[in-house]
Design a protein around this ligand. Structure first.
Ligand SMILES: *Cc1c(COP(=O)(O)O)cnc(C)c1O
Length: 396
């Protein structure tokens, strides 16, 4: 077990030596995990003075992601996943008053950019076997708006916690009704559905490299496109939409969303260890399953047929809200970070006025679900500490 010596600052030096409080070190939910070569690429950026939102690392990082995802995709590295969603919706033509159908059980960053464009978020509940957007409720929502003569402009499904959404069913609906998909793959780099990598299913897809994600550039994101034109347009908009002129001329409103060449260096190093990170996170999940799966009333989300999750976060379902809170507080008392599942967007105060197609699934998941420490840098001692804390305090 790792211990950290903590001194009480009110004590004198002599007292401190005699009154050392030994507290088990903090176990985080999901912390950054460098591979070792990141600093080499960052150093290259310094050596060549490419300290800018363009340069060889940006290009190298984009190529590494394109190779990994394959399928001939074109990747634009951006300053955040949120910025990528904003640009993605803009490329799909979302504007004031347009309806965008968004998964309700997700992080607020999936939905916030709809409002940046003046669009109207409409939230769709989850299905039980993936925790992601229910194709049935999605179709119900589409038909509802079509019957009112208002065709939705885009669909935002999410591969939550790395578990793929039903990509084929949702693409089918997208094609049937002619509504494009912006795939939120922020949590799912390394996941697959029928052996096809997540991040390649939507008309456009979004990745995130925030500090808590499976790989990180400290902060960053990417837009994945299927045409060179889409990528070039994203890069154009992300670098202030400058027209081809010697002076600064603009015919469109631009954004400052391009990724820094320094941070892209971190990304290049991280791409070299992505596969290992996926394996570690999946091993965490398997270990929890083996040791906690037998507890009465504790459930894990299994991979449905054809799905391969990167297990970004390992989550459990407890029997009730009370049982969930008891566990969360017991872990907190042991200096272990855990977190309830995402609070559904249709229950968020800020989206209280938005229409929702819900059947209670995501609300129940939110009540009963808990995300456990899931970092690829946790060792077996850390995992055993989490398991012991849960086993000790849990009563069904
Ligand atoms: C992290 C995340 C985002 C946003 O990515 P940032 O890079 O943090 O802006 C969007 N959607 C989901 C589901 C996420 O988990």
């Amino acid at each position: 077990m790792k211990f950290k010596v903590i001194f009480d600052s009110r004590l004198t030096i002599d007292q401190k030596m005699n009154n050392t409080v030994v507290k088990a070190s903090k176990i985080w939910l999901s912390s950054p995990h460098m591979g070792g070569t990141e600093q080499h690429y960052v150093q290259q950026a310094f050596d060549s003075n490419w300290i800018a939102p363009l340069g060889p690392n940006v290009q190298g990082f984009e190529e590494a992601i394109e190779d990994y995802l394959s399928g001939g995709v074109h990747v634009a590295a951006l300053s955040s996943g949120t910025g990528a969603i904003h640009l993605g919706l803009k490329l799909l033509g979302v504007g004031p008053g347009d309806i965008v159908l968004c998964q309700s059980l997700t992080f607020s960053a999936s939905a916030n950019p709809i409002t940046y464009l003046g669009g109207q978020p409409v939230f769709i509940d989850s299905e039980k076997d993936t925790w992601n957007m229910s194709p049935e409720l999605l179709e119900e929502a589409i038909q509802h708006f079509l019957s009112k003569g208002k065709k939705p402009k885009a669909i935002i499904p999410v591969h939550l916690y790395g578990m793929p959404y039903k990509a084929e069913a949702i693409r089918e609906l997208s094609l049937t009704y002619g509504i494009p998909v912006l795939e939120d793959s922020a949590e799912a780099l390394g996941s697959k559905y029928h052996d096809v990598p997540c991040g390649t299913f939507g008309d456009l897809a979004v990745l995130s490299f925030n500090g808590n994600k499976i790989i990180t550039t400290s902060g960053g994101g990417a837009l994945v496109a299927h045409t060179r034109e889409h990528k070039e347009k994203a890069v154009f908009l992300s670098t202030q939409a400058r027209d081809a002129a010697p002076h600064y001329q603009h015919s469109e409103i631009g954004f400052n969303y391009r990724m820094s060449n320094v941070l892209a260096g971190i990304g290049r190093g991280q791409m070299e260890v992505l596969q290992a990170r996926v394996e570690s996170r999946r091993a965490n999940h398997q270990y929890y399953l083996e040791h906690l799966g037998k507890l009465e009333g504790i459930e894990f989300l299994q991979e449905p047929e054809g799905m391969f999750s990167n297990r970004w976060l390992s989550c459990i379902l407890t029997p009730s809200y009370e049982a969930r809170e008891k566990l969360r507080l017991a872990l907190e008392a042991e200096n272990i970070e855990s977190r309830p599942l995402w609070k559904p967007m249709h229950l968020q105060p800020v989206f209280a006025d938005c229409p929702a197609f819900s059947d209670g699934t995501s609300e129940e998941l939110f009540q009963r679900g808990l995300c456990l420490p899931s970092g690829s840098n946790l060792d077996v001692t850390d995992l055993n500490r989490v398991i012991a804390a849960i086993t000790k305090s849990y009563t069904p």
